[in-house]
Design a protein around this ligand. Sequence first.
Ligand SMILES: NC(=O)c1ccc[n+]([C@@H]2O[C@H](COP(=O)([O-])OP(=O)(O)OC[C@H]3O[C@@H](n4cnc5c(N)ncnc54)[C@H](O)[C@@H]3O)[C@@H](O)[C@H]2O)c1
Length: 358
Amino acid sequence: MEIKEFFNNKKVLITGHTGFKGAWLTQIMLNSGARVCGYSLEPNTKPSLFEALELAGKIDNHIADIRDLEKLNEVVTKFKPDIIFHLAAQPIVRDSYDNPVYTYETNVMGTVNVLEVMRLNKVPAGVMITTDKVYKNFEKDVAYKEDDQLGGYDPYSNSKACADLVVSSYISSFFNPKDYKAKHNTLVASARAGNVIGGGDWAKDRLLPDAIKAFLVNKEDLVIRSPKAIRPWQHVLEPLYGYILLAMHLYNGESDKVGGWNFGPNDEDMQEVEKVLQMLTGHLKHGKYVVEEDKGKHEAKLLKLDNTKSRTELNWIPKYDLSKTIKETAEWYEVFHLIKGDIKKFTSNQIESYFDNN
Ligand SMILES: NC(=O)c1ccc[n+]([C@@H]2O[C@H](COP(=O)([O-])OP(=O)(O)OC[C@H]3O[C@@H](n4cnc5c(N)ncnc54)[C@H](O)[C@@H]3O)[C@@H](O)[C@H]2O)c1
């Protein structure tokens, strides 16, 4: 299935379109000829990818709260999407310790609201974005599979596990694949990806944005907390490609595709924080970091995802290894911060070369 052929003129609603992954997804959809409606809060970083790509004027843009069911329903009723990608969330582990109630309201009730408007408006297909952190983490050297136990230590991870359970309940109760076409016309899946990196992320408390700010903007050393923590690093386009494939299968009525999907990198790219920093500083040719362990807020040390199901059943194969991922990311920030080049063109070129690389 050709992505451009499929999405041309499709109506796609993206929640969280003003964020890092949402802005990339919005640009991919625009490049594919889709009609895009976005529903999110204002961009929460300065700079922001959403503003750098000047997306507001190119889509049906709604700045509103995902917790507002009435408003969300009004937008969905009017736009009548073919597909919804739900990315809006409070996504930062450390912020979830400071604002647990807001994190649960946004991540859990936000997901309920999106599924509810899908039910009310009979939206054909939806991909709910959760995270690799939904699994109960035993800190063992095993990669989690889709039917492993859900859990989540901190409020962010736990709220996303709850969101995944909400998806599961809506599938069983309202969008059951065995009743597809007889009682309803909606297919829904949840997508769990790893630690996503790529140009255009300026969120705090994330390794790459913090490193870029330290090395390229403030020209200072970076302070890191857990040099030996292992994460499933991947370029932002990798999980987005997975979400897109999943949406295409669901929209085409493949009811066996409902449920959870892991879009994690290959085993060799699950690497220590320190290794990622060495590759980044190697590419930038400068940058130093110091370690200051933070014992206050628990964060998982070891987290691996098993991507066998997505590889075999969706034919989703990670295209970039860690070295290419770091290179693409570092080049993006160099164009933005140092060269001050045409970032809209550069971003579209990165998208085109990723999707051409089949
Ligand atoms: N970045 C990663 O490494 C990563 C990894 C796994 C999963 N995820 C998930 O991917 C999704 C997108 O993450 P991101 O990295 O782009 O985050 P981000 O912080 O850049 O974007 C979050 C988006 O959600 C919107 N949002 C937040 N609270 C909202 C609310 N109350 N109402 C409406 N909109 C709201 C923001 O406006 C923004 O558009 C999230 O669901 C996140 O949990 C991200």
